[in-house]
Design a protein around this ligand. Structure first.
Ligand code: ZN
Length: 243
């Protein structure tokens, strides 16, 4: 079975569309590690696609904020404005869907998905310590939230970082080893922050292969929609630099 692993789509339809084109015919089931909406100008379209196609989804902090499950205190002004705009733009039905997304970690089929850290859904996992292993129930887990592709591999009492796809390549294949535990970030589909503006995602084959991937998309179209919606300019600008 091959799984399309998506995270942090952030209402960027052009990026999601490019990922689907790039991965066409190469996956059986899709999952999403949260933050379907927030920042981008196409929340309705993105939610519709995820609702129809993803077998498992966990909520992200922006999903919670847009659905009124979390206050906007910790959000910067641009993120807050986008969350308010999103809440007004979504239908009652879509808000209901967002409000009822489960909290991670969520076990899917021998692997888990989560948004922030296995210990706390809102924590940014930029580094990892061996004690995180206590919170994992499967040898492979996928997370998001940082918008950085890569992750961590645990073996005995050590943790090593995993890199993302280098800028000159389109994919990076990882052969998963027995006795190791993997916490993998597919990267952000709709708002990468690892200085590579290409949309990021992963394909996981349960024969223990993971392919991290990057694909270019029509950034200027997503930017024009953000500007037309009257969302903060910085949300459009940052997409060109991937930060
Ligand atoms: Zn996010």
């Amino acid at each position: 079975m091959r799984y399309l692993i998506l995270s942090d789509i952030h209402a960027n339809w052009e990026a999601l569309e490019a990922v689907l084109r790039d991965a066409e015919g190469d996956w059986d089931q899709a999952v999403c590690c949260g933050d379907l909406v927030g920042y981008g100008a196409d929340p309705n379209r993105v939610i519709e696609w995820v609702r129809e196609h993803a077998m498992a989804v966990v909520r992200g902090n922006h999903d919670k904020a847009c659905a009124g499950l979390a206050d906007l205190e910790g959000f910067n002004p641009a993120a807050r404005e986008a969350a308010e705009w999103t809440a007004q733009t979504l239908t009652a039905d879509q808000l209901y869907y967002l409000r009822n997304l489960p909290q991670g970690p969520l076990e899917v089929a021998g692997f888990e998905i989560l948004h922030g850290s296995p210990a706390d859904e809102d924590e940014y996992l930029m580094a990892a310590l061996p004690d995180l292993l206590y919170y994992l129930h499967t040898p492979v887990a996928f997370f998001g939230h940082t918008h950085w592709q890569g992750g961590f591999v645990f073996y005995r009492n050590s943790v090593q970082p995993l890199p993302g796809v280098p800028p000159e390549h389109r994919q990076l294949r990882l052969s998963l080893r027995a006795e190791h535990v993997y916490l993998i970030n597919p990267g952000s589909v709709g708002q990468p922050r690892d200085r590579d503006p290409r949309a990021a995602y992963a394909v996981y084959d349960d024969a223990r292969q993971v392919e991290l991937r990057r694909t270019p998309y029509r950034v200027e179209v997503a930017q024009a929609k953000i500007r037309r919606a009257g969302l903060p300019e910085i949300l459009a600008d940052r997409l060109s630099v991937g930060f």
